[in-house]
Write a protein that binds this ligand. Structure first.
Ligand code: HEM
Length: 523
């Protein structure tokens, strides 16, 4: 046997060892190459776009510790549903005016400074108007409305078309309607509250809601739904539709399309929409008849504006329902809370009484048989009380998903893809903008005080491309309703601020209706 050519047969053990050596060496070399390549690419991209520098401030933002599983992140905070408001106010004090959250696999930045609010709201970019995935998930996809359009020409054109009925000039045409329904409300309150003898303890929220519903439907649809067949049905079902929306927020499994479609909530939503649509179609028919009879007799209500622009009837129904739904969730709540604060602060109520008496008793303001529209501007004390109510409880939270980066200031740029949340509630409760923020003090809105503050330190209606389209309507409604109530009654409450727990549901509201007593005034 030639010993030089001999090689021992490979045993199982040595072949395994060789295999492991080759495997781990290759793995090690691959890692080294990968690291090298990554660092080369990184240094190239740093010199190219300077991306790390641009987003340095964003990356360094603080925030509450997320749950290690990114899918949950800070989403666990939802279990503190009843304490969310307190947390929203406390967090900027702990983590800074802008801080980060991760919720259900999405990155959020929460903005709490007037400068940041201005940068977001007044951005002219269409990349900053999308309400975002969270809202889009909550909103049932069956209901189409411009409120959820992510931006672009369709959003711009629809918003422009729908803005007209909310302009001062168009609202002025409905002056009579604001007063008619407010007087009706006073009669109903008088009946409920024992003729206003000051003894009966009761709630006003349902009657306030009906009143704002009648005003909104008459100004937007051109008919008093209360006097229209099925009008009552529309109102009740609208309420139910809003409750279904809310239940989807707190029962997230209903956001899974299959579960949603199989759920009783879905069937209920269909039923509710069908009933409301029938009423809307009747109203559209009336408008059609009117249009055929006299082209010059057309008003500028939302329904007619859409009808004239050739909008599909189904879409008209959805836009009207959404608009009335939003109106129903906001204005009556503010009216109820304004009454509450005035009850707790009789000194401010007295000032309002004096101002209202002076304006309503001046014959100059009654030239047309109804209080002149312009006279509402003289109700300055009342306006300050409404503003202070909206400061303490601004009702909604603003949300956007950035489709292009958003520059907040010289340092902070938030990258695209991130969502931003702007809770006016937190901003309005920061002591650096409003000293002693829990104190009800309408004088904060005296002209000299307002001048001292940043213009975006008070944003209950938001502003800019996506700001509240119904702001003027809401302020006029609030003024007329509250002035009419205060003209007739002295308002008191048996509740204290501590009795009322404010929750996010989906707007910020007391967890139960506020209780009042009403005493008729001699004015
Ligand atoms: C006190 C009453 C009200 C308050 C505090 C309020 C507040 C707000 C806020 C904060 C927004 C969000 C804006 C944003 O995302 O930047 C909004 C949007 C909106 N509001 Fe109001 N609102 C009130 C009354 C009304 C009324 C009476 C209507 C209609 C009749 C209305 C219709 C709308 C609509 C349609 C939007 C969505 C606008 C869009 O997506 O472009 N609001 N409101």
């Amino acid at each position: 046997m030639d010993i030089s050519t001999y090689s021992p047969p490979l045993t199982d053990k040595s072949s395994l060892r060789n295999f492991l050596i080759v495997f781990f060496t290759t793995l090690f070399l691959a890692r080294v190459v990968q690291r090298l390549l990554t660092s080369i690419l990184k240094s190239k991209s740093q010199t190219g776009s300077n991306e790390d520098d641009i987003y340095k401030a964003y990356k360094n933002l603080g925030g509450p510790q997320p749950f290690p599983l990114r899918l949950i992140g800070n989403g666990y905070l939802i279990i503190y549903k009843n304490d969310l408001l307190r947390m929203i106010v406390d967090m900027p004090r702990k983590y800074g005016l802008c801080y980060k959250l991760t919720v259900f696999n999405e990155d959020f930045v929460v903005l709490n400074s007037p400068e940041a609010a201005q940068a977001l709201m007044m951005s002219p970019s269409m990349g900053h108007v999308r309400r975002g995935r969270l809202m889009e998930k909550i909103w049932p996809e069956e209901i189409e409305s411009f409120v959820l359009y992510p931006g672009g020409e369709k959003f711009k054109n629809t918003r422009k078309m729908l803005a007209y009925p909310f302009k001062y000039k168009a609202l002025k045409e409905h002056n009579h309607c604001f007063h008619k329904h407010s007087e009706k409300l006073v009669q109903q309150l008088e009946t409920r509250f024992n003729g206003g003898d000051g003894t009966y303890i009761g709630i006003a929220s349902d009657l306030l809601k009906k009143c704002t519903f009648r005003i909104s439907s008459e100004t937007l649809m051109g008919v008093d739904l209360d006097d229209t067949e099925g009008g009552e049905v529309f109102c009740e079902n609208l309420d139910e539709l809003m409750k279904i929306f809310t239940r989807r927020v707190y029962q997230p499994w209903l956001l899974i399309p299959l579960i949603w479609r199989l759920s009783s909530e879905y069937r209920k939503m269909k039923e509710v929409c069908d009933k409301m649509e029938k009423v809307t179609l009747k109203v559209i028919e009336k408008h059609k008849e009117k249009a055929n009879l006299n082209q010059n007799d057309l008003s500028n209500t939302m329904i007619e504006v859409m009808f004239r622009n050739g909008v599909d009837e189904k879409l008209i129904f959805y836009e009207v329902a959404v608009m009335l739904g939003v109106a129903n969730e906001t204005t009556p709540l503010t009216a109820e809370q304004a009454m509450f604060f005035l009850s707790l602060h009789p000194n401010h109520q007295k000032l309002c009484h004096e101002e209202i008496d002076a304006v309503y008793n001046d014959p100059i303001n009654w030239k047309s048989g109804v209080l002149e529209f312009e006279a509402l501007k003289e109700l300055k004390q009342l306006e300050r009380c409404i503003n202070e109510t909206l400061r303490i409880n601004p009702l909604t939270i603003i949300m956007r998903q950035l489709e292009t980066p958003l520059r907040i200031d010289e340092k902070l740029v938030i990258p695209k893809g991130v969502s931003v949340i702007m809770p006016p509630y937190a901003l309005h409760h920061q002591p650096q903008y409003y000293p002693d923020p829990e104190k009800y003090d309408p004088d904060r809105f005296l002209p000299d005080e307002v001048k001292k503050r940043h213009a975006f330190a008070f944003v209950p209606f938001s502003a800019g491309q996506r700001g509240c389209i119904g702001m003027k309507l809401a302020m006029i409604e609030l003024k007329v309703i509250l002035a009419t109530i205060l003209r007739h009654f002295e308002v008191k409450t048996v509740d204290t601020k501590e009795d009322l727990k404010f929750v996010i549901d989906p707007t910020i509201k007391p967890s139960r209706p506020i209780r009042f007593t009403l005493k008729k005034r001699q004015n």
